[in-house]
Design a binder for this molecule. Structure first.
Ligand code: SF4
Length: 449
Protein backbone atom coordinates (compact mmCIF):
# COMPACT_ATOMS: atom_id res chain seq x y z
CA UNK A 1 0.00 0.00 0.00
CA UNK A 2 1.51 3.28 -1.05
CA UNK A 3 0.55 6.70 0.15
CA UNK A 4 -2.02 8.34 -2.06
CA UNK A 5 -4.39 11.24 -1.48
CA UNK A 6 -6.62 10.35 1.45
CA UNK A 7 -10.00 9.23 0.26
CA UNK A 8 -12.24 12.14 -0.36
CA UNK A 9 -9.44 14.68 -0.02
CA UNK A 10 -9.75 15.85 -3.59
CA UNK A 11 -13.31 16.93 -2.91
CA UNK A 12 -13.03 18.25 0.64
CA UNK A 13 -10.82 21.16 1.45
CA UNK A 14 -12.97 22.62 4.19
CA UNK A 15 -11.56 23.38 7.65
CA UNK A 16 -13.22 21.51 10.52
CA UNK A 17 -16.06 23.08 12.50
CA UNK A 18 -15.00 23.41 16.17
CA UNK A 19 -16.43 20.43 17.97
CA UNK A 20 -16.82 22.48 21.11
CA UNK A 21 -20.09 23.59 19.57
CA UNK A 22 -21.39 20.03 19.50
CA UNK A 23 -23.04 19.39 22.85
CA UNK A 24 -24.09 15.86 23.77
CA UNK A 25 -27.73 15.35 24.46
CA UNK A 26 -29.18 12.37 26.23
CA UNK A 27 -31.89 12.19 23.58
CA UNK A 28 -30.65 11.32 20.14
CA UNK A 29 -33.27 13.49 18.45
CA UNK A 30 -32.28 16.69 20.19
CA UNK A 31 -28.56 15.89 19.86
CA UNK A 32 -28.99 15.38 16.15
CA UNK A 33 -30.82 18.66 15.75
CA UNK A 34 -28.05 20.57 17.51
CA UNK A 35 -25.32 18.87 15.54
CA UNK A 36 -27.10 19.52 12.28
CA UNK A 37 -27.14 23.24 13.05
CA UNK A 38 -23.36 23.25 13.49
CA UNK A 39 -23.06 21.84 9.97
CA UNK A 40 -24.41 25.08 8.66
CA UNK A 41 -26.55 23.29 6.12
CA UNK A 42 -23.82 20.83 5.15
CA UNK A 43 -24.84 18.03 7.49
CA UNK A 44 -25.98 15.93 4.54
CA UNK A 45 -22.71 16.40 2.69
CA UNK A 46 -20.48 13.35 3.21
CA UNK A 47 -17.37 15.42 2.59
CA UNK A 48 -18.34 17.73 5.45
CA UNK A 49 -18.89 14.69 7.64
CA UNK A 50 -15.43 13.35 6.74
CA UNK A 51 -13.71 16.71 7.30
CA UNK A 52 -15.34 17.09 10.70
CA UNK A 53 -14.62 13.69 12.19
CA UNK A 54 -13.70 13.65 15.88
CA UNK A 55 -10.01 12.67 15.76
CA UNK A 56 -8.36 13.72 19.01
CA UNK A 57 -8.91 13.27 22.73
CA UNK A 58 -9.35 17.05 23.05
CA UNK A 59 -12.10 17.09 20.43
CA UNK A 60 -13.75 14.13 22.08
CA UNK A 61 -13.70 15.84 25.45
CA UNK A 62 -15.31 18.93 24.00
CA UNK A 63 -17.98 16.74 22.47
CA UNK A 64 -18.44 14.73 25.68
CA UNK A 65 -17.58 17.01 28.62
CA UNK A 66 -18.41 14.16 31.01
CA UNK A 67 -15.11 12.58 29.97
CA UNK A 68 -13.08 14.66 32.42
CA UNK A 69 -9.78 12.84 32.07
CA UNK A 70 -8.84 11.84 28.55
CA UNK A 71 -5.14 11.27 29.25
CA UNK A 72 -5.68 7.51 28.99
CA UNK A 73 -7.34 8.00 25.61
CA UNK A 74 -4.17 9.53 24.24
CA UNK A 75 -2.34 6.23 24.78
CA UNK A 76 -5.06 4.22 23.06
CA UNK A 77 -5.43 6.62 20.16
CA UNK A 78 -1.66 6.59 19.62
CA UNK A 79 -1.90 2.87 18.99
CA UNK A 80 -5.37 2.56 17.46
CA UNK A 81 -6.56 5.81 15.84
CA UNK A 82 -9.93 7.32 16.52
CA UNK A 83 -12.32 8.92 14.05
CA UNK A 84 -16.04 9.43 14.58
CA UNK A 85 -18.25 11.21 12.07
CA UNK A 86 -20.54 13.85 13.56
CA UNK A 87 -23.45 11.77 12.25
CA UNK A 88 -22.32 8.61 14.05
CA UNK A 89 -21.45 10.61 17.19
CA UNK A 90 -25.01 11.93 17.15
CA UNK A 91 -26.25 8.36 17.67
CA UNK A 92 -24.61 8.23 21.11
CA UNK A 93 -27.43 8.53 23.62
CA UNK A 94 -25.47 8.09 26.84
CA UNK A 95 -21.81 8.99 27.26
CA UNK A 96 -20.86 5.74 28.97
CA UNK A 97 -20.32 2.06 28.35
CA UNK A 98 -24.02 1.27 28.55
CA UNK A 99 -24.38 2.91 25.15
CA UNK A 100 -23.63 0.57 22.21
CA UNK A 101 -22.57 3.34 19.79
CA UNK A 102 -20.32 4.88 22.45
CA UNK A 103 -18.69 1.49 22.97
CA UNK A 104 -18.17 0.92 19.26
CA UNK A 105 -16.72 4.38 18.59
CA UNK A 106 -14.99 5.71 21.70
CA UNK A 107 -11.55 4.29 22.62
CA UNK A 108 -11.21 2.30 25.81
CA UNK A 109 -8.02 1.60 27.75
CA UNK A 110 -9.07 -2.04 27.75
CA UNK A 111 -7.92 -2.10 24.11
CA UNK A 112 -4.37 -2.13 25.40
CA UNK A 113 -4.80 -5.38 27.32
CA UNK A 114 -4.00 -8.43 25.21
CA UNK A 115 -3.76 -12.07 26.30
CA UNK A 116 -0.89 -13.85 24.56
CA UNK A 117 -3.01 -15.89 22.16
CA UNK A 118 -4.15 -12.78 20.28
CA UNK A 119 -2.47 -11.58 17.10
CA UNK A 120 -2.37 -8.42 15.02
CA UNK A 121 -3.41 -10.40 11.97
CA UNK A 122 -5.13 -13.52 13.31
CA UNK A 123 -6.59 -14.38 9.91
CA UNK A 124 -3.06 -14.27 8.48
CA UNK A 125 -4.17 -12.12 5.59
CA UNK A 126 -0.63 -10.86 5.14
CA UNK A 127 0.47 -14.45 4.43
CA UNK A 128 -2.08 -14.79 1.64
CA UNK A 129 -1.12 -11.62 -0.29
CA UNK A 130 0.45 -12.47 -3.63
CA UNK A 131 0.35 -8.74 -4.40
CA UNK A 132 0.46 -6.22 -1.56
CA UNK A 133 -3.14 -5.34 -0.68
CA UNK A 134 -4.74 -8.36 -2.42
CA UNK A 135 -5.72 -11.30 -0.21
CA UNK A 136 -6.16 -14.53 -2.19
CA UNK A 137 -7.33 -17.24 0.19
CA UNK A 138 -10.27 -19.08 -1.31
CA UNK A 139 -9.79 -20.46 -4.84
CA UNK A 140 -12.45 -18.35 -6.56
CA UNK A 141 -12.37 -15.14 -4.47
CA UNK A 142 -9.97 -12.35 -3.61
CA UNK A 143 -10.18 -9.39 -1.28
CA UNK A 144 -8.70 -6.03 -2.15
CA UNK A 145 -7.62 -3.66 0.63
CA UNK A 146 -8.28 -0.50 -1.33
CA UNK A 147 -7.79 2.05 1.43
CA UNK A 148 -6.82 2.30 5.07
CA UNK A 149 -9.31 5.11 5.74
CA UNK A 150 -12.69 4.71 7.43
CA UNK A 151 -15.33 7.25 8.31
CA UNK A 152 -15.37 5.94 11.88
CA UNK A 153 -12.76 3.62 13.34
CA UNK A 154 -14.68 0.82 14.98
CA UNK A 155 -13.10 -0.20 18.25
CA UNK A 156 -13.85 -3.84 17.37
CA UNK A 157 -12.18 -3.73 13.95
CA UNK A 158 -10.50 -6.91 12.87
CA UNK A 159 -8.01 -4.95 10.74
CA UNK A 160 -6.82 -2.65 13.51
CA UNK A 161 -3.33 -3.23 12.17
CA UNK A 162 -4.38 -1.37 9.00
CA UNK A 163 -7.43 0.82 9.60
CA UNK A 164 -6.44 4.41 10.16
CA UNK A 165 -2.82 3.76 11.04
CA UNK A 166 -1.83 5.86 8.04
CA UNK A 167 -4.75 7.10 5.98
CA UNK A 168 -4.01 6.28 2.36
CA UNK A 169 -5.56 4.61 -0.66
CA UNK A 170 -4.28 2.21 -3.28
CA UNK A 171 -2.04 3.79 -5.92
CA UNK A 172 -2.59 3.46 -9.67
CA UNK A 173 0.61 1.38 -9.96
CA UNK A 174 -0.53 -1.03 -7.22
CA UNK A 175 -3.96 -1.31 -8.83
CA UNK A 176 -2.25 -2.23 -12.08
CA UNK A 177 -0.31 -5.01 -10.32
CA UNK A 178 -3.56 -6.27 -8.77
CA UNK A 179 -5.30 -6.28 -12.15
CA UNK A 180 -2.39 -8.19 -13.72
CA UNK A 181 -2.54 -10.83 -10.97
CA UNK A 182 -6.30 -11.25 -11.42
CA UNK A 183 -5.88 -11.57 -15.20
CA UNK A 184 -3.29 -14.34 -14.59
CA UNK A 185 -5.71 -16.16 -12.27
CA UNK A 186 -8.97 -16.66 -14.14
CA UNK A 187 -10.15 -18.99 -11.37
CA UNK A 188 -10.86 -15.82 -9.35
CA UNK A 189 -14.37 -14.75 -10.31
CA UNK A 190 -15.38 -12.67 -7.31
CA UNK A 191 -13.50 -9.70 -5.84
CA UNK A 192 -14.41 -7.95 -2.58
CA UNK A 193 -13.28 -4.34 -2.41
CA UNK A 194 -12.57 -3.69 1.24
CA UNK A 195 -10.23 -1.73 3.47
CA UNK A 196 -10.59 0.41 5.53
CA UNK A 197 -13.78 1.56 3.96
CA UNK A 198 -13.66 1.91 0.17
CA UNK A 199 -16.64 4.28 0.13
CA UNK A 200 -14.52 6.91 1.90
CA UNK A 201 -12.67 7.29 -1.40
CA UNK A 202 -13.69 9.83 -4.00
CA UNK A 203 -16.23 8.63 -6.54
CA UNK A 204 -13.57 8.94 -9.28
CA UNK A 205 -11.17 6.71 -7.31
CA UNK A 206 -13.92 4.13 -6.76
CA UNK A 207 -14.76 4.17 -10.45
CA UNK A 208 -11.09 3.64 -11.31
CA UNK A 209 -11.01 0.49 -9.17
CA UNK A 210 -14.31 -0.79 -10.56
CA UNK A 211 -13.26 -0.23 -14.17
CA UNK A 212 -9.86 -1.90 -13.54
CA UNK A 213 -11.60 -4.96 -12.11
CA UNK A 214 -14.12 -5.04 -14.94
CA UNK A 215 -11.24 -5.02 -17.45
CA UNK A 216 -10.49 -8.58 -16.27
CA UNK A 217 -12.91 -10.78 -18.22
CA UNK A 218 -12.98 -13.58 -15.61
CA UNK A 219 -14.25 -11.31 -12.83
CA UNK A 220 -17.97 -11.96 -12.60
CA UNK A 221 -18.99 -10.44 -9.29
CA UNK A 222 -17.72 -7.39 -7.46
CA UNK A 223 -18.58 -6.90 -3.81
CA UNK A 224 -17.96 -3.81 -1.74
CA UNK A 225 -17.47 -4.11 2.01
CA UNK A 226 -18.44 -0.80 3.59
CA UNK A 227 -19.74 0.66 6.81
CA UNK A 228 -20.82 3.85 5.06
CA UNK A 229 -24.57 3.14 5.39
CA UNK A 230 -23.98 2.88 9.16
CA UNK A 231 -21.47 5.63 9.95
CA UNK A 232 -21.68 7.88 6.88
CA UNK A 233 -25.02 7.29 5.13
CA UNK A 234 -24.68 10.67 3.38
CA UNK A 235 -22.03 8.97 1.22
CA UNK A 236 -24.64 6.99 -0.73
CA UNK A 237 -25.27 9.77 -3.23
CA UNK A 238 -27.07 9.49 -6.56
CA UNK A 239 -23.72 10.06 -8.27
CA UNK A 240 -22.10 7.14 -6.42
CA UNK A 241 -25.07 4.86 -7.02
CA UNK A 242 -24.97 5.67 -10.76
CA UNK A 243 -21.29 4.65 -10.86
CA UNK A 244 -21.92 1.40 -9.01
CA UNK A 245 -24.73 0.58 -11.41
CA UNK A 246 -22.40 0.89 -14.38
CA UNK A 247 -20.28 -2.03 -13.14
CA UNK A 248 -22.99 -4.55 -12.27
CA UNK A 249 -23.20 -7.09 -10.83
CA UNK A 250 -22.06 -5.19 -7.75
CA UNK A 251 -23.12 -6.28 -4.27
CA UNK A 252 -22.74 -4.24 -1.12
CA UNK A 253 -21.93 -5.84 2.23
CA UNK A 254 -22.48 -3.52 5.12
CA UNK A 255 -22.02 -3.82 8.88
CA UNK A 256 -24.86 -2.89 11.22
CA UNK A 257 -24.35 -4.21 14.74
CA UNK A 258 -27.15 -2.70 16.78
CA UNK A 259 -30.77 -1.53 16.27
CA UNK A 260 -29.71 2.01 17.36
CA UNK A 261 -27.86 2.22 14.05
CA UNK A 262 -31.03 1.59 12.03
CA UNK A 263 -31.86 5.25 11.54
CA UNK A 264 -33.91 6.96 8.88
CA UNK A 265 -30.70 8.17 7.21
CA UNK A 266 -29.27 4.65 7.18
CA UNK A 267 -32.55 3.28 5.81
CA UNK A 268 -32.56 5.86 3.03
CA UNK A 269 -28.96 5.03 2.09
CA UNK A 270 -29.76 1.33 1.83
CA UNK A 271 -32.95 2.07 -0.10
CA UNK A 272 -30.99 4.11 -2.68
CA UNK A 273 -28.71 1.13 -3.28
CA UNK A 274 -31.46 -1.48 -3.39
CA UNK A 275 -33.68 0.67 -5.62
CA UNK A 276 -30.77 0.82 -8.07
CA UNK A 277 -30.62 -2.97 -8.19
CA UNK A 278 -27.60 -3.26 -5.90
CA UNK A 279 -28.30 -5.99 -3.34
CA UNK A 280 -27.28 -5.08 0.21
CA UNK A 281 -26.43 -7.68 2.83
CA UNK A 282 -25.18 -7.27 6.36
CA UNK A 283 -22.34 -8.69 8.42
CA UNK A 284 -22.77 -8.24 12.15
CA UNK A 285 -19.97 -8.84 14.63
CA UNK A 286 -21.04 -10.37 17.91
CA UNK A 287 -19.82 -7.99 20.61
CA UNK A 288 -19.89 -8.39 24.38
CA UNK A 289 -22.17 -5.89 26.07
CA UNK A 290 -23.22 -4.42 22.73
CA UNK A 291 -25.32 -6.97 20.89
CA UNK A 292 -24.78 -10.34 22.62
CA UNK A 293 -28.43 -10.62 23.47
CA UNK A 294 -30.88 -12.90 21.62
CA UNK A 295 -33.84 -10.50 21.72
CA UNK A 296 -31.73 -7.56 20.59
CA UNK A 297 -30.30 -9.64 17.74
CA UNK A 298 -33.84 -10.55 16.70
CA UNK A 299 -34.74 -6.87 16.69
CA UNK A 300 -31.67 -6.05 14.57
CA UNK A 301 -32.41 -8.79 12.03
CA UNK A 302 -36.05 -7.79 11.74
CA UNK A 303 -35.08 -4.15 11.26
CA UNK A 304 -32.56 -5.04 8.57
CA UNK A 305 -35.08 -7.06 6.59
CA UNK A 306 -37.56 -4.18 6.84
CA UNK A 307 -34.84 -2.02 5.28
CA UNK A 308 -34.41 -4.69 2.56
CA UNK A 309 -30.97 -5.61 3.88
CA UNK A 310 -30.34 -9.33 4.14
CA UNK A 311 -28.70 -10.49 7.40
CA UNK A 312 -25.83 -12.50 5.93
CA UNK A 313 -23.22 -13.30 8.57
CA UNK A 314 -23.01 -13.06 12.33
CA UNK A 315 -19.28 -13.11 13.01
CA UNK A 316 -17.65 -14.38 16.14
CA UNK A 317 -15.13 -11.71 17.17
CA UNK A 318 -11.69 -12.53 15.80
CA UNK A 319 -8.69 -13.24 18.01
CA UNK A 320 -7.29 -9.82 17.22
CA UNK A 321 -5.27 -7.60 19.52
CA UNK A 322 -7.13 -4.70 21.03
CA UNK A 323 -10.58 -6.30 20.94
CA UNK A 324 -10.51 -8.92 23.68
CA UNK A 325 -12.82 -6.94 25.96
CA UNK A 326 -15.55 -7.20 23.32
CA UNK A 327 -15.17 -10.91 22.53
CA UNK A 328 -17.89 -13.30 23.73
CA UNK A 329 -17.65 -17.03 24.38
CA UNK A 330 -18.58 -19.05 21.30
CA UNK A 331 -21.46 -20.58 23.26
CA UNK A 332 -23.16 -17.16 23.39
CA UNK A 333 -23.43 -17.04 19.61
CA UNK A 334 -24.81 -20.58 19.51
CA UNK A 335 -27.39 -19.62 22.12
CA UNK A 336 -28.44 -16.63 20.00
CA UNK A 337 -28.76 -18.77 16.89
CA UNK A 338 -30.88 -21.27 18.86
CA UNK A 339 -33.16 -18.40 19.83
CA UNK A 340 -33.48 -16.96 16.30
CA UNK A 341 -34.38 -20.26 14.60
CA UNK A 342 -38.14 -20.66 14.59
CA UNK A 343 -38.75 -17.02 15.56
CA UNK A 344 -37.49 -15.48 12.33
CA UNK A 345 -37.85 -16.55 8.74
CA UNK A 346 -34.75 -18.06 7.18
CA UNK A 347 -34.36 -14.83 5.20
CA UNK A 348 -33.74 -12.91 8.40
CA UNK A 349 -31.33 -15.39 10.03
CA UNK A 350 -27.64 -14.81 9.45
CA UNK A 351 -25.11 -17.63 9.39
CA UNK A 352 -23.00 -17.63 12.54
CA UNK A 353 -19.35 -18.09 11.57
CA UNK A 354 -15.95 -18.17 13.14
CA UNK A 355 -13.29 -16.77 10.85
CA UNK A 356 -10.69 -19.26 11.96
CA UNK A 357 -7.23 -18.24 13.13
CA UNK A 358 -4.23 -19.20 10.97
CA UNK A 359 -6.16 -18.36 7.82
CA UNK A 360 -8.53 -21.29 8.29
CA UNK A 361 -11.39 -19.35 6.68
CA UNK A 362 -15.00 -19.09 7.72
CA UNK A 363 -16.43 -22.01 9.66
CA UNK A 364 -20.20 -22.02 10.24
CA UNK A 365 -21.19 -22.84 13.80
CA UNK A 366 -24.70 -24.07 14.50
CA UNK A 367 -26.68 -25.45 17.38
CA UNK A 368 -26.89 -29.19 16.87
CA UNK A 369 -30.08 -30.23 15.10
CA UNK A 370 -28.96 -33.80 14.49
CA UNK A 371 -29.55 -35.86 17.62
CA UNK A 372 -28.25 -39.16 16.27
CA UNK A 373 -27.98 -41.23 13.11
CA UNK A 374 -28.48 -44.91 12.41
CA UNK A 375 -27.95 -46.88 9.18
CA UNK A 376 -31.56 -46.17 8.28
CA UNK A 377 -32.65 -42.97 9.97
CA UNK A 378 -31.48 -39.58 11.14
CA UNK A 379 -33.05 -38.16 14.28
CA UNK A 380 -33.54 -34.41 13.99
CA UNK A 381 -34.50 -31.84 16.57
CA UNK A 382 -36.60 -28.81 15.68
CA UNK A 383 -36.53 -25.42 17.39
CA UNK A 384 -39.21 -26.51 19.90
CA UNK A 385 -37.29 -29.59 20.99
CA UNK A 386 -39.53 -31.90 18.97
CA UNK A 387 -37.62 -35.02 17.86
CA UNK A 388 -38.41 -36.41 14.43
CA UNK A 389 -37.07 -39.37 12.51
CA UNK A 390 -36.07 -38.73 8.95
CA UNK A 391 -35.82 -42.04 7.04
CA UNK A 392 -33.02 -42.51 4.51
CA UNK A 393 -34.02 -43.51 0.96
CA UNK A 394 -33.01 -47.16 1.26
CA UNK A 395 -34.90 -50.26 2.21
CA UNK A 396 -34.56 -50.44 5.91
CA UNK A 397 -34.18 -53.78 7.70
CA UNK A 398 -37.38 -55.20 8.96
CA UNK A 399 -38.06 -53.49 12.27
CA UNK A 400 -39.13 -56.90 13.61
CA UNK A 401 -35.52 -58.05 13.32
CA UNK A 402 -34.60 -55.51 15.87
CA UNK A 403 -36.56 -57.45 18.50
CA UNK A 404 -37.80 -54.14 19.67
CA UNK A 405 -40.25 -54.04 22.46
CA UNK A 406 -41.90 -50.67 22.47
CA UNK A 407 -42.07 -49.00 25.80
CA UNK A 408 -44.94 -46.67 26.57
CA UNK A 409 -42.75 -43.63 26.04
CA UNK A 410 -40.47 -43.96 23.00
CA UNK A 411 -36.97 -42.51 23.13
CA UNK A 412 -34.37 -41.45 20.60
CA UNK A 413 -33.41 -45.07 19.87
CA UNK A 414 -36.97 -45.87 18.71
CA UNK A 415 -36.75 -42.93 16.33
CA UNK A 416 -33.36 -44.04 15.02
CA UNK A 417 -34.63 -47.47 14.03
CA UNK A 418 -37.89 -46.19 12.60
CA UNK A 419 -40.25 -47.56 15.22
CA UNK A 420 -41.79 -44.20 15.80
CA UNK A 421 -41.68 -41.07 13.70
CA UNK A 422 -41.64 -38.23 16.22
CA UNK A 423 -41.49 -37.31 19.86
CA UNK A 424 -43.21 -34.08 20.73
CA UNK A 425 -42.41 -32.16 23.90
CA UNK A 426 -45.45 -31.37 25.98
CA UNK A 427 -47.14 -27.98 25.92
CA UNK A 428 -45.48 -26.36 22.93
CA UNK A 429 -47.40 -23.29 21.74
CA UNK A 430 -47.65 -24.66 18.24
CA UNK A 431 -49.11 -28.03 19.28
CA UNK A 432 -51.54 -26.37 21.66
CA UNK A 433 -52.71 -24.22 18.71
CA UNK A 434 -53.04 -27.36 16.58
CA UNK A 435 -55.04 -29.19 19.25
CA UNK A 436 -57.32 -26.17 19.54
CA UNK A 437 -57.89 -26.15 15.81
CA UNK A 438 -58.54 -29.91 15.72
CA UNK A 439 -61.26 -29.51 18.35
CA UNK A 440 -62.71 -26.63 16.35
CA UNK A 441 -62.64 -28.68 13.13
CA UNK A 442 -64.52 -31.50 14.83
CA UNK A 443 -67.16 -29.13 16.11
CA UNK A 444 -67.81 -27.74 12.64
CA UNK A 445 -67.43 -30.97 10.63
CA UNK A 446 -69.69 -30.72 7.64
CA UNK A 447 -68.75 -27.12 6.85
CA UNK A 448 -67.44 -26.95 3.26
CA UNK A 449 -64.39 -24.83 4.18
S1 SF4 B 1 -15.38 0.41 8.99
FE1 SF4 B 1 -14.62 -1.71 8.81
S2 SF4 B 1 -12.45 -1.52 8.37
FE2 SF4 B 1 -13.14 0.46 9.17
S3 SF4 B 1 -12.77 0.37 11.33
FE3 SF4 B 1 -14.87 -0.29 11.03
S4 SF4 B 1 -14.72 -2.52 10.88
FE4 SF4 B 1 -12.64 -1.72 10.57
Amino acid sequence: MQTAPTSGDDESAESPVPLATMPLRSSRASGLATLKQTGNGRWHDWRWQMSNRIRTAAQLQKFIPALADTSEFEKVIAKYPMAITPYYASLIREANLSDPVFQMAVPQTRELWDPPFLAEDPLEEEEDMPVRGLVHRYPDRALLIATTTCATYCRHCTRKRVAGTRECSISAARMQAVTAYLADHPEITDVIISGGDPLTMSTAAIEHILSSLRSVPSIEVIRIGTRAPVTLPQRITDELVAVLRRYQPVWVNTHFNHPNELTEEAGNACARLVDAGIPVSNQTVLLRGINDNPQLMEQLCRGLVRMRVRPYYLFQCDLVRGVEHLRTPLSRGIEIMEYLRGRLSGLAIPTFVVDAPHGGGKIPVLPSYIVTTSPTHTVLRNFEGMLINYPDPVIAPEPSKCHLRMSAAPGVWELAVGKTSMIVPENTHRHSRRDGRATERLSRSGDPI
